[in-house]
Each structure stands twice: as structure tokens, then as C-alpha cells.
Ligand binder design. Structure first.
Ligand code: GLU
Length: 482
């Protein structure tokens, strides 16, 4: 049994985006690579930022990608509860322990006083930072506040001298002078912890062996290191993962289009493709391998290959990977994956039709959702198009009609359209007899049956449309040319 324990600790503030989920993936891969545990912890102590179905969106995103967790709010585990809002007593007790040992103190400053302090600091061109007012209270002043029942928070008493270093396994040593570290609030007056207290207490109590989180948390590290030191706990290895940027080299955000995993799912990206792409955002195995299945990722993933430089989210790469994984699917599996897209577009297709259609479009599908438009000629009895499309280059109405009539007499003879090769050979022979180019003959037939000049392979399309409907469409096209 490995004692590797890693956690993904999202806040339920909306649908997880690419950057968040990349952190979850790295945690998951490290746990699975080592035979350790992957833990899901919900950091829901900032209730103002919470969205109503935030937890559901997180669970759904992880499930879509198949990042299954061993411990978490829904499955439990030995170190729960896994929702921070259910651990308030633990944080309070820990914060008070620090007060008792002199590493933290009660602060009674009102919001107005703090605001005034900040404005004055700004006016003097100073960095805004707590001014230690309550750190210096006399026992009598403190007692007076207590007697008056003044609301209070607990602040960390950051040493004013010396410096604090975090050994980051991605960035190396990160060091800051303590005088530049604020006396961070640990416990708010409503009894809720701040992120800094909760994350350190939980990572310790949940025996997290490696902490991985986004680069934007780097500024918080001194507070965390100082907290570990104040508690007398060992600091687990920390690694801050490189940012994910958009193509313009700015941090990936909504401006760049879809950024949430569920949006990508709804657009028709396969979890296999997203997983492959996400894994390469800040991790590289060598400089040539692009394709990584989940199993291969689990096998290859090590922390020393995490990169320091920001990673760029490349949508073209995602499209390419998606196409690759679509073509890897069996026809049955592709049909199954397409099914919900047709349902959602309110153009349901039965499974047998989808199964017959899937191989026709497999080669050209970029996203699963594209299939709905490609299948539009399967719906309804007729297809709508401009009759002029039936008359191809170098043709006139008479030759288009002749092509359709010849096609019709070939098709009529077949009770099913299953033998595509045979039917195609007969249609070619018919085209030869008329002295037409195949592009003309088949082009006219294609428009008659699919309503379009470009469609999935024609013989397969005829088969899926079916004999009766095909013959009706050909007859109608012929009539429209009179
Ligand atoms: N709750 C933080 C977030 O949503 C977690 C940061 C961490 O992993 O420590 O980004």
C-alpha cells in the first residue's frame, strides 16, 4: 500500500474550467501511478462566492472525465467530513490553539477602522497590510473588548523578522521576507475559517502527501508555511502548477470561448481527447509523443516531468485529438456516444439508424455534435433544396433527368441497398451508357437523395435513407426538372 495521498480541493463557485481540472487530473494521475489515494475535498467556506449547484457541477465534470475519487463528500472516507463547511469546529479549535500558544491573536478592529487604515496606507503610497493594532493590545484593553462582546477575528502573528521559504518541487525554493507578509485572518467573526487556515489544517489532518495547485496560489505560500510551523507540523511537498494560457498568451478565461469541461462535453468533445490534452498542459513525457490513453498516462505520469513554464491551450490540437479518438471508437460505441446529441437537438434517431450512419461520418467528424447537421437528410420524407442543384456542371435539365431515370431503374431492381459495391457498379455502368461523367451522374443523385452537393458517402447514405424513401426522392427530383 502506497501512502501517497493527493487531493483536489475545488470551491463550488461554478463549472470547473480547464485550469482547475488539469490540477485534478495531475492529482488523479499521481495517485493512480503510485497506487495511492485521490481525495476530493470541497472548499466551501466562502459562501458569498458559492453557486447553487456548484458541487454537482464539480462531480459531473470529474465523472465525465472518469477521474474517480477514493474519498470525498459523497463516498466518505476515514478523514471526513470532506466538505469544509462541515468542519467548522475543527478550524475553530485549531485557531484557538494558536492563540493560546501566542502564534495568533484576537483582533477586534471594526470594518470601518480597517477601511480607514487601508485608505491612509494607500494615500501614503504604502502597501495595504494590517497595522498590528490588536497584536499590541494590553491585557486590560483585550479584556475590555471581551466584556463589551465586540466581534473578533483571529489573526496569524507573522514574525516581523527573518524570511520564509517554501520548497516547491516544480519551482524550487520560493522565499519571501516576513515583514512583507500580512497578519492573515485565520478565523472570521462568523466562525468560518479563511482558505489559508482551512487548507493547512485539512491537508495535515487528511494526511495529504503532496499538495498540487495552480500557480496563482504562489502568493499564499508564506502564510501556509508559517501556519505549518506554528502548528509544529511537517510541510508536505508542494508544487504550483503552471498557468494555462489562451492562444494570445493571456491566462485562459471566458474571453477565449469555452473553458469549462462541461461546455466541451456539450460541444461534443470526447473525454479521451480532453484528458489527453489536459495532461499535456504543463506535463510532457518526451518531445514527440502526442497520444496518451488514460492507461498510458497513469503508467508514465511522474512529478519530475511537470513543467515550470505556462502551458498554452490549443484548440486545434483538441480538435485533432478529438478526431483521432472518434476514429478509434467502434461503430457501435460511436453510435452510442452520438445518441444523446440527437436527443438534445430534438432530432432523435433510433439506435439502428445511428449504428448504420455512424461509420459513414466517422472519418469526417470533428465533434460529436457535428453529426446532427450531417444527418439532416435522414429526417422526414422529403429533402428541401434548390432544383437547380440537380443540374451539375456541363449538364442540362434533360441530362439530369436522364441520370435520375437511369439511377431509378437500377435502384428499383434491388430490394435492399445493402450490397453497396454491386449497386455502385451498376450505377457506374448506367452512367457510362449515358456517356456521363461519374461526378455528374452521382452528383445529381446525391442532391436528389440528400438535398446537398456534399454528403457522407453516397452508397451508404442511400442504404441508411432506405429503398422506399430513396425512390420517392429520386422520382420527386425527376418531376421537379420538367
Ligand atoms: N479551493 C482552492 C481553489 O479552488 C484550492 C486551492 C488548493 O488546492 O489549495 O482553487
Amino acid at each position: 500500500m502506497s501512502d501517497i495521498r493527493v487531493r483536489f480541493a475545488p470551491s463550488p463557485t461554478g463549472a470547473p474550467h480547464i485550469g482547475n481540472i488539469r490540477t485534478a487530473l495531475f492529482d488523479y494521475l499521481w495517485a493512480r501511478h503510485t497506487g495511492g489515494k485521490f481525495i476530493l475535498r470541497i472548499e466551501d467556506t466562502d459562501q458569498a462566492r458559492e453557486v447553487e449547484n456548484g458541487l454537482e457541477l464539480i462531480l459531473e465534470s470529474l465523472r465525465f472525465l472518469g477521474l474517480d475519487w477514493d474519498e470525498g463528500p459523497d463516498v466518505g472516507g476515514a478523514y471526513g467530513p470532506y466538505r469544509q463547511s462541515e468542519r467548522l469546529a475543527i478550524y475553530k479549535e485549531h485557531a484557538e490553539r494558536l492563540v493560546a500558544q501566542g502564534a495568533a491573536y484576537y483582533c477586534y478592529c471594526s470594518a470601518e477602522r480597517l477601511e480607514r487604515m487601508r485608505r491612509e496606507q494607500q494615500a501614503r503610497g504604502e502597501r495595504t497590510q494590517y497595522d498590528y493594532h490588536c497584536r499590541n493590545l494590553s491585557p486590560q484593553e483585550r479584556a475590555a473588548h471581551e466584556r463589551a462582546g465586540d466581534p473578533k477575528v483571529i489573526r496569524l502573528a507573522v514574525p516581523r523578522e527573518g524570511k520564509t521559504t517554501l520548497r516547491d518541487f516544480i519551482h524550487g525554493d520560493l522565499t519571501i521576507a516576513n515583514k512583507d507578509v500580512d497578519d492573515q485572518v485565520l478565523l472570521k467573526s462568523d466562525g468560518f475559517p479563511t482558505y489559508h487556515l482551512a487548507v493547512v489544517v485539512d491537508d495535515h489532518l487528511m494526511r495529504i502527501s503532496h499538495v498540487m495547485r495552480g500557480d496563482d496560489w504562489v502568493p499564499s505560500f508564506p502564510k501556509h508555511v508559517l501556519l505549518y510551523q506554528a502548528f509544529g507540523w511537517e510541510i508536505p511537498p508542494h508544487g504550483h502548477l503552471p498557468n494555462v494560457l489562451g492562444p494570445d498568451k493571456k491566462k485562459l478565461s471566458k474571453r477565449h470561448g469555452a473553458t469549462s469541461v462541461l461546455q466541451f462535453r456539450d460541444e461534443g468533445y470526447l473525454p479521451e481527447a480532453l484528458l489527453n490534452l489536459l495532461a499535456r498542459l504543463g506535463w510532457s513525457y518526451d518531445d514527440k509523443t502526442e497520444i496518451f490513453s488514460r492507461a498510458r498516462l497513469i503508467e508514465c505520469f511522474t512529478l519530475d516531468k511537470i513543467e515550470r513554464a505556462p502551458a498554452t491551450f490549443d484548440r486545434d490540437k483538441l480538435d485533432w485529438l478529438n478526431g483521432y479518438y472518434i476514429r478509434e471508437l467502434t461503430d457501435d460505441a460511436l453510435a452510442e456516444r452520438l445518441f444523446p446529441f440527437f436527443e438534445r437537438a430534438r432530432r432523435p434517431l433510433d439506435r439502428a439508424t445511428l449504428r448504420a450512419f455512424a461509420p459513414l461520418i466517422k472519418e469526417r467528424l470533428k465533434k460529436l455534435s457535428d453529426a446532427v447537421a450531417m444527418a439532416d437528410f435522414l429526417f422526414g420524407d422529403e429533402v428541401e433544396y434548390d432544383a437547380r442543384l440537380l443540374i451539375g456542371k456541363g449538364m442540362d435539365a434533360a441530362s439530369a433527368r436522364a441520370a435520375l431515370r437511369a439511377a431509378q431503374s437500377v435502384l428499383e431492381k434491388h430490394t435492399t441497398f445493402d450490397d453497396e459495391a454491386e449497386i455502385e457498379a451498376e450505377l457506374r455502368a448506367a452512367s457510362d451508357r449515358l456517356g456521363m461523367k461519374y461526378a455528374q451522374f452521382f452528383g445529381t443523385l446525391r442532391v436528389a437523395v440528400t438535398g446537398k452537393t456534399v454528403s457522407p458517402p453516397l452508397m451508404g447514405s442511400l442504404r441508411v435513407v432506405g429503398r422506399a424513401k430513396t425512390l420517392r426522392r429520386v422520382a420527386r427530383a425527376e418531376a421537379s426538372l420538367v
